[in-house]
Ligand binder design. Structure first.
Ligand SMILES: [Zn+2]
Length: 255
């Protein structure tokens, strides 16, 4: 058993490769799910920390999320760069700096989902109003790009410094809103980050509707924590359903 041979020496590499292949497939599926759920459109992106090396992460090359295939996935280091020569997204530093700051985070979804954006500009906090979005407790911070980038930026997180400022604004929360831009959700798994991206948008719609009716009763922090504990093991059920729903568009991508 202690004897090593060439096959044995190569076996670990093969295992790692198959793990990364599985992560690339799951990341392509995450892209398609988020498009099907109208969280991403032609813009926005989703990443996952590498299971092989936690100081690296996987993110598609610069491509509309609905078109992402396994081979489009690039490997980034936590300085936000990749050796892949194909053009990357402009905002890889969102992902890199959050992975640096939050060792619990295994996946990141950056979206411009439309119902969320008003809460980043109106001064009205986004707070959990339904049990599927208890992860929004205790608070959803708002990142003000002007504080880092000044009054004339394009609002994009293009540098390690602005990515680090975004990660500081996120703090220990599950979601950070980005004023005039969108939101970034994190999770302890790819499935959880996708789930949070979806239900952040749902909560924003429901909260805005409740406010139009006259007001909201929000989940307490304790209710939020309890719903997170209950919902976390249920997330694979949502993932399986969403992946199945998104499959026709995937097949359109891969004729
Ligand atoms: Zn963006």
């Amino acid at each position: 058993m202690t004897e090593r041979n060439p096959v044995g020496e190569h076996a670990p590499d093969r295992a790692v490769s198959s793990e990364l292949r599985a992560q690339r497939r799951a990341l392509a599926e995450a892209n398609h799910i988020l498009v099907d759920q109208a969280i991403l459109d032609a813009f926005g992106h989703v990443s996952v920390r590498s299971a092989e090396n936690p100081d690296t992460f996987l993110l598609s090359r610069n491509l509309a999320p609905g078109l992402v295939d396994d081979d489009d996935v690039q490997l980034f280091t936590l300085d936000g760069t990749t050796e892949d020569p194909r053009p990357p997204y402009l905002e890889s530093h969102i992902h890199a700096q959050i992975y640096r700051a939050r060792h619990d985070v295994q996946a990141v979804v950056h979206s411009h989902s439309p119902a969320v954006i008003p809460f980043g500009v109106a001064g009205t906090p986004l707070r959990p109003v339904l049990h599927m979005a208890g992860f929004l407790a205790p608070e959803v911070p708002v990142f003000e790009a002007r504080d880092t980038l000044g009054p004339a930026s394009d609002l994009l997180v293009r540098t390690p410094e602005s990515g680090a400022a975004l990660a500081r604004a996120l703090g220990g929360a599950s979601v950070v809103l980005m004023r005039g831009h969108g939101a970034t959700a994190v999770g302890t798994s790819l499935e959880e980050a996708v789930y949070r991206g979806v239900y952040t948008e749902v909560n924003a719609r429901v909260q805005a509707e409740a406010m139009r009716l006259g007001g909201c009763v929000y989940l307490t922090d304790e209710e939020g924590a309890a719903t997170v504990a209950t919902n976390r093991p249920q997330i694979p059920r949502a993932w399986a359903f969403w992946r199945d729903r998104a499959r026709p568009s995937s097949q359109g991508v891969h004729p």
